[in-house]
Write a protein that binds this ligand. Structure first.
Ligand code: GN1
Ligand code: MG
Length: 374
């Protein structure tokens, strides 16, 4: 779409939601791989107010209304917990969905796209490459989020993406994509495919422990990239946890693992130069120092002990998902470069190899944090 088309669409959406003020500016947030996100500015009586406008990818989230219901149940619950804890500035600590006057959550365009409006946390930033203080704060944000949801009725949540972090199923999907090889790409990715297959036991370890009743399922965030935490732009303090579309039952180790996978790799998730990719142990420690103390006494010892396994499992799982999408012809993740899914696969594999070599150190550092906080 051209600029003036966005302007006209967003003006229509703002009117549809009966938001006050005139649209004055649009900024695209280009980091997401699934939904399309924009920050829009409006002005009313000389005062500026920002909102998030987001197109929900309804191929990935096939039931957007159910996603909205989930998110609202979760944000209501978190809000209640924040109030009970005596927080004052609630609007900065939890994001909200706007509803239309008929109660619905979406502006649906003639071409069938679902647009929603979310509150914008003021005087706050989201950070793709967090430094150590921000990472520690992100750890606390996701740890507290976990605690707020510890008594949330899991059965009331709709499964927005079935088997989202079922690594065994993700591996099955990879095998299926390889056996049909619909785009003739398998021969060029044999090395990556073989490596992932050789790591299947490590990747599925936590799923097996869970199947055997050794790790409980809890309501977790499921997409704990540090850019899903808003930070105060001046103090760096953590504010709202955002991107709640995948809040579902899952394993705590995957929330821990995904946060570390994303934030403790200074090379970034899709760096073509894999020599830049590694797990920075101090970044790992910083996140763990924020996250783990929130969990102690609230989750089982086995859950704590297996947190490092989550880093390896989720990195392998994401590599498998990227490679599956590459073999399937790039239908799921947005591709912003040629062979983007293959580049992402290689980056995640490079990271998984480094994580694998550092597992003893990850366990050692975790034990030290646990000892200090018991
Ligand atoms: C997707 O769109 P984004 O960045 O919030 C994906 C996550 C991946 C992530 C990798 C619904 O999240 O699972 O970890 O890309 N979300 C979905 O960057 O598949
Ligand atoms: Mg997300």
């Amino acid at each position: 779409m051209k600029n003036h088309e966005y302007f006209s669409l967003f003006t229509t959406i703002i009117r549809d939601f009966k938001l006050k003020g005139e649209l004055t500016g649009i900024t695209c947030v280009s980091t997401g791989n699934i939904n399309d996100t924009y920050v829009v500015s409006t002005v009313i009586n000389g005062m500026e107010k920002e909102y998030i406008l987001q197109r929900v990818n309804h191929k990935v989230f096939s039931n957007p209304d159910k996603v909205a219901e989930n998110v609202c149940k979760v944000t209501d619950h978190v809000e209640k917990k924040l109030r009970e804890s005596g927080y004052k500035d609630i609007r900065r600590r939890v994001m909200r969905y706007y509803r239309k006057s008929d109660g619905s959550y979406f502006h649906i365009t003639d071409d069938g796209n679902y647009w929603r409006v979310l509150s914008c946390v003021y005087n706050a930033v989201s950070i793709d490459f967090a430094d150590i203080p921000h990472l520690r704060a992100a750890g606390i944000a996701f740890g507290e989020f976990q605690n707020y949801l510890s008594d949330f009725p899991a059965e009331s949540l709709y499964e927005t993406i079935p088997d989202f972090h079922n690594t065994a199923k993700r591996y099955d999907n990879l095998r299926k994509a390889a056996s049909s090889d619909a785009f003739g790409r398998l021969s060029s990715v044999k090395e990556e495919y073989d490596y992932l297959m050789s790591m299947e036991n490590e990747a599925t370890l936590l799923c097996k422990l869970s199947e055997n009743g050794l790790l409980p399922h809890r309501v977790v965030h499921n997409d704990t990239k540090c850019n899903n935490v808003m930070f105060d732009s001046v103090t760096g303090e953590h504010l709202a946890v955002i991107d709640l579309d995948t809040v579902m039952e899952g394993l705590v180790a995957y929330d821990f693992g995904d946060a570390v996978r994303f934030a403790a790799n200074p090379g970034g998730e899709d760096n073509e130069d894999t020599s830049k990719i590694y797990l920075d142990l101090d970044y790992y420690s910083a996140f763990a120092e924020g996250f783990v103390p929130c969990l102690i006494g609230k989750v089982t010892d086995k859950e704590i002990e297996t947190l490092p396994d989550g880093v390896l499992a989720i990195t392998l799982e994401l590599a498998a998902r990227f490679l599956t999408d590459y073999l399937n012809g790039d239908v799921y993740f947005k591709c912003k470069r040629d062979k983007h899914n293959l580049i992402r696969t290689k980056a995640q594999i490079a990271l998984a190899k480094d994580v694998f070599g550092k597992m003893p150190e990850l366990r050692k550092r975790l034990s030290a944090i646990v000892e200090e906080n018991r």
